[in-house]
Write a protein that binds this ligand. Structure first.
Ligand code: F6R
Length: 244
């Protein structure tokens, strides 16, 4: 628990930078799982600063984003491709071909094979070294909504009403908000060697408590992380305020 999200984000950036550099020394790629949304914005700003001011290189980073709305044009202001470019990829030296975000432009028929390949790429690299997560008000991780199974695969999912309401401010109303998304499954998240979930503000306090202190249940997918052997919730004071 940190005094505020800025301090917390800096600490997480330090851990990620250290991991990237350790892998660099070993001559290995660093496989990062990345999230979008408001929670990791401070983290990405700090990683960009570390690149610009302290020479942190992302040349050995291979990243896989958790999710993308479907359907979604990559250049749309709400696309997660655009989000990642604007907040991170365009400001560091990651190779464009190493920065993966699920494709929101597939045909329905292509999705299953594409999702299978997305996971196969991660597996071929030995899995995710470090996965960054946010948490939805309903406990979703990625877009694994309530009811997602612990062994769920990367797939097309229907977004919960509560998730769509939260997103609707960015889409100028619920009617324009996508109903579906492609998400990395819970299984690949659970297989990551290290998981860091970020949550800020009072609005997350209830779901953080449920995820950390209540029973493990697929009604709250973030509660699965209780069974991960190297997962941490990084919180500001407000998000931690309901913990006993
Ligand atoms: C985004 C994602 C989502 C968000 C979650 C919290 O890639 O996977 O699970 O992390 O909806 O969003 P924010 O951070 O905006 O509160």
């Amino acid at each position: 628990v940190f005094e505020n999200s800025t301090d917390a984000s800096k600490e997480v950036a330090q851990e990620i930078a250290a991991l990237i550099q350790e892998k660099q020394k070993e001559g290995k790629p660093c496989i990062l799982g990345l999230a979008t949304g408001s929670s990791p914005k401070g983290l990405y700003a700090e990683l960009v600063r570390l690149h610009k001011e302290e020479g942190l290189s992302f040349k050995n980073v291979i990243s896989f984003n958790l999710d993308e709305y479907y359907p979604m044009e990559p250049n749309s202001i709400n696309s997660y491709v655009r989000f990642m470019k604007e907040l991170l990829f365009d400001h560091v030296d990651i190779l464009p071909e190493n920065a993966h975000v699920p494709d929101g432009l597939l045909t329905k028929e292509q999705i299953a094979d594409y999702c299978h390949e997305y996971e196969a790429k991660i597996e071929a690299l030995g899995g995710i070294d470090l996965q960054v997560l946010g948490i939805g008000g309903n406990g979703h991780i990625g877009f694994n909504e309530s009811g997602s199974l612990q062994n769920s695969k990367t797939r097309l999912v229907a977004l919960d009403h509560i998730t769509r309401v939260a997103a609707s401010k960015d889409f100028y109303g619920l009617n324009n908000t996508p109903r579906t998304a492609i998400t990395l499954g819970v299984k690949k998240i659970m297989e990551a060697k290290r998981v860091i979930l970020l949550a800020w503000g009072e609005g997350k306090a209830n779901i953080v408590k449920k995820s950390v202190e209540d029973e493990v249940t697929n009604r709250v997918p973030a509660s699965f992380l209780q069974e991960h052997n190297n997962a941490v919730f990084i919180l500001d004071k407000e998000a931690s305020s309901k913990l006993t």
